[in-house]
Design a protein around this ligand. Structure first.
Ligand code: AMP
Length: 360
């Protein structure tokens, strides 16, 4: 086990080579750390800014041994890391953060919502099902229309179907691949918000101002932050974040997606045990951004301040939109973050821009 706090010059392992891994590696470098990326794709966005890359499947035993001997602390940039990979690292006495429990809870939507409710973080009503008749029973119990989601591995709106009538439940279940599902009550929200929060190895927490999020076709398009919010709303979000972090004995940054109801209540949609797309605004809008905060937390450093220093509109650049870099570079209010991905497929996240204004 590495000696914590991890001193500059040590290496941090990152499982996953996408843009989140890239921005974590950049933040780690700024604090004097080396980074080692484990990612099966060669030439990944993170590998190209890291000290070293191990190109292998996430659960490859030799690769995990290599990672364990190279890095004092290992973290990850996506929640579908195979549980066996994390268990293997823990067995080799590596400090993995966030820990295996946070990962296990986040990987299963039913476990996640059950955990949230048990820890005083409210959600929509939900029920699990693993056969067509049980799926119909679940929709009858929750009430149609309801949203059926696969328990595992859905993201960006994938792996979910609206069910308008109980009679449609079996078809939706089959369309989702006849895998275990969760049926959720339809949430009539007025806004989608998120709170990015962090917990250090000493149990200290740091919570960022709320972001207001707009999706298109299931993919995040835009965040506006700090979101317009009453003190009561901000307090609710902070309470939820504090309960989730403490309940998971969490170390690192977490992204918690929220629904705001017309009566001012917040429900949790889901959380991601990692830095989050709706936290990209913090790079140019907060004292210490979510990437540095995550590195501080996993390295056992004190957390940094989270106060907003600017008003930010974050826009994801999807597909060929990143080709507009000349125009963005000419805008004085725009900060450009490109991920170095070689191929711009439609809808693929190629970068983001933060348009910055003074705080009102
Ligand atoms: P998710 O994959 O759970 O993040 O869901 C993707 C998007 O679907 C969310 O950002 C919401 O816009 C919408 N959504 C998810 N769950 C519900 C729900 N229970 N009721 C209404 N809309 C939902």
């Amino acid at each position: 086990m590495a000696t914590l706090p991890l001193a500059p010059g040590a290496a941090i392992g990152i499982i996953g080579g996408g843009q989140l891994g890239r921005m974590l590696a950049l933040a780690a470098a700024r604090l004097g750390f080396d980074t080692v990326i484990l990612e099966p794709e060669p030439g990944s966005p993170a590998a190209r800014v890291a000290t070293r890359a191990i190109v292998a499947p996430y659960d490859d035993p030799a690769a995990l041994r290599d990672l364990a001997s190279a890095a004092g602390v290992v973290t990850y940039e996506f929640e579908n890391v195979p549980a066996a990979a994390v268990a293997g690292l823990v067995e080799m006495d590596v400090a993995v953060a966030p820990g295996p429990r946070a990962l296990a809870v986040a990987q299963d939507r039913f476990e996640e919502k059950t955990f949230l409710n048990a820890h005083g973080a409210p959600t929509v009503a939900f029920a699990a099902a693993d056969t067509p008749p049980r799926a119909a029973e679940a929709v009858a119990l929750i009430g149609a229309p309801a949203l059926m989601k696969t328990r595992r591995e859905g993201y960006d709106g994938k792996g979910q179907r609206w069910v308008e009538h109980v009679a449609d439940a079996a078809v939706a279940f089959a369309e989702l691949g006849s895998v275990p599902v969760i049926v959720e009550a339809a949430c009539d929200f007025v806004r989608e918000l998120s709170v990015i929060a962090a917990r250090g190895r000493d149990g200290a927490t740091a919570i960022y101002p709320l972001a207001e999020n707009h999706h298109e076709g299931g993919v995040l398009r835009r965040s506006i932050a700090p979101a317009r919010a009453s003190e009561a709303l901000a307090d609710q979000a902070e309470r939820i974040a504090a309960r989730v972090l403490a309940g998971l004995d969490y170390v690192g940054v977490i992204g918690i997606e929220l629904f705001e109801l017309a009566d001012g209540r917040l429900l949790v949609n889901e959380f991601a045990p990692r830095v989050h797309n709706t936290g990209h605004w913090t790079q140019d809008g907060c004292e210490v951004d979510q990437f540095e905060q995550h590195i501080r937390a996993v390295a056992g450093w004190p957390l940094g301040p989270t106060a907003a220093i600017a008003q930010v509109e974050m826009l994801n650049l999807l597909g060929d939109e990143a080709d507009g870099w000349r125009r963005f570079a000419a805008e004085p209010e725009t900060r450009i973050h490109l991920y170095g991905k070689r191929e711009a497929k439609p809808g693929r996240k190629m970068g983001h821009i933060n348009r910055v204004k003074p705080l009102a």
